[in-house]
Design a binder for this molecule. Structure first.
Ligand code: SF4
Length: 208
């Protein structure tokens, strides 16, 4: 059905993954980052990143349409898959409103996905200087995240910027940077378009 995306899991009901909507959550396999503190590390780069349960996940989603009107697409990192856009189109065809969780490192895919999205949660992991430390990859990917943020702002698509306060890693400088971005948004955007969430770290249920 889809050649370049692997869906690995589905959570039938969530009250916390889509602001204002009970939703279903689906998880895509794999991630291009290696955040040492990753909560979903098994799906991002552990054993589950190799699994492919796309057919079963989509069948479940089709059933859940009767009870749920919203779906959150998360991972791993959904935008590493070229077929993400086709999955989003299908979800919209089934009548879902769709939220995407992304690390923002694939603005070229995000741009194609925008017409099929209702809401986006974009990770702002740290101050730009600290990105390699937080993401576990050598390349500083901040410029790509910034490009994704600019796309969301230009499209006036409702979105949130979220930062996790990672113990022994997140500094006041990182949090000040998030606040700076927030102020920029307040100056240039309608008030209901951009929100900011500073979240406490929740340790993964299993260690890696
Ligand atoms: S970007 Fe998200 S899913 Fe990927 S490794 Fe980092 S925290 Fe995990």
């Amino acid at each position: 059905m889809f050649e370049d995306i692997k869906l690995v899991d589905v959570l039938g009901f969530s009250l916390v993954n889509y602001p204002g909507h009970p939703c279903t959550v689906i998880f895509t396999a794999g991630c291009n980052l290696r955040c040492p503190w990753c909560h979903n590390w098994r799906i991002a780069y552990g054993d589950k990143s190799k699994q492919d349960r796309t057919k079963q996940v989509l069948e479940r989603l089709k059933d859940l349409r009767k009870y749920m009107d919203a779906v959150c697409v998360t991972g791993g990192e959904p935008t590493i898959h070229a077929d993400l856009v086709d999955v989003l189109k299908l979800l919209r065809k089934w009548g879902y409103i769709v939220k995407l969780d992304t690390n923002g490192t694939k603005p070229e895919i995000l741009e194609k996905a925008l017409p099929f999205l209702n809401y986006v949660a974009l990770d702002i992991k740290a101050h730009p200087d600290n990105y390699p430390k937080f993401t576990g990859v050598e390349e500083n990917v901040w410029w790509k995240v910034e490009a994704s943020l600019n796309l969301l702002r230009k499209a006036l698509l409702p979105h949130e910027l979220r930062m996790v306060k990672v113990p022994h890693l997140t500094t006041d400088r990182d949090i000040a940077f998030l606040k700076k971005i927030k102020r920029e948004g307040e100056l240039s955007l309608p008030s209901n378009i951009e929100s900011v969430k500073l979240r406490e770290y929740i340790a993964p249920p299993d260690r890696h």
